[in-house]
Write a protein that binds this ligand. Structure first.
Ligand SMILES: [Mg+2]
Length: 265
């Protein structure tokens, strides 16, 4: 893999599965990983066949598949219906272990004053899209890219001056202000401590800075982190050229597991 410690890439991992029947736990980011990044978060539409593919994979992995996203889990469910699986939302602020139930872990929502503060310091610029996700407030600036340094300065100062332990997270054309105590890496570690994930080899696929913590968590547990090319990883630094290549790999994995002929999922 090109991210983190040297090791097998996605193709070699399929070989490993073929040869040894390696038991995998799969962690997948959503935007920019399973589908192209849309101009606005609300415009993202799952490609045809993706919900079925995820359902098939999750069943083949005995449920050891979790989406790990910056979106709220409820938002994810809406976009992937009828698929509904284990998931971590809002960068790990929400965790749903059991797809039949609501999120069992939920970080506290930010003080409503934070939203007001951020609206004000963003200057009510209509091209910024401010999204209130409870435990996080995202400021998307894809429609106003030149404003990035301005926004970064304002938000960095705000977070530094806050008393509530706020953090600033940078993503693809988005800044997020969130509270402490959770991350995508933390979410992966929590899943891996629970069934049906425990004891499997974890694999995280992602395209963004926030995904790197989840990749590191997988590597620390003897697993793998695969990067998808985009704004952050150049094609020659990434394991996948884009979401299309990720979906093709997932289809290959699903086919492989379907052929396993009674071998443990
Ligand atoms: Mg992403």
């Amino acid at each position: 893999m090109k991210f983190g410690a040297p090791g097998p890439g996605p193709a070699e991992l399929l070989d490993l599965r073929r040869r040894d029947g390696a038991k995998l736990a799969l962690f997948l980011d959503f935007d920019g990983t399973l589908l192209e990044v849309a101009p606005t978060p609300g415009a993202a539409v799952a490609p045809e066949g993706l919900p079925d593919l995820l359902g098939e994979l999750s069943a083949a992995l005995g449920g050891a598949l979790a989406l790990v996203t910056g979106r709220e889990i409820a938002d994810l469910d809406l976009r992937l219906a009828p698929y509904r699986g284990a998931a971590a939302g809002v960068h790990g602020a929400e965790i749903r272990f059991d797809p039949e139930r609501q999120a069992t872990l939920k970080a506290e929502a930010l003080d409503p004053a934070v939203l007001e503060d951020i609206r004000r310091l963003a200057g009510f610029e209509p091209r910024f899209l401010i999204e209130d996700k409870g435990a996080s407030i995202a400021v998307h600036f894809r429609a106003a890219e030149t404003a990035e340094p301005f926004l970064e300065r304002k938000l960095t100062d705000y977070v530094a001056g806050s008393r509530g332990g706020l953090r600033l997270l940078r993503g693809r054309k988005v800044f997020e202000v969130l509270g402490g105590g959770f991350s995508k890496g933390e979410a992966v570690a929590r899943f891996m401590a629970a069934q049906p994930f425990a004891g499997r080899t974890p694999v995280m696929i992602g395209d963004d800075l926030t995904d790197q913590l989840a990749m590191q968590a997988c590597i620390a547990l003897g697993g793998f982190g695969f990067a998808v090319a985009g704004d952050l990883f150049r094609a020659d630094q990434a394991d996948f050229a884009g979401p299309e290549a990720v979906r093709a790999w997932l289809r290959e994995l699903a086919a492989l597991m379907g052929d396993a002929g009674g071998r443990a999922p």
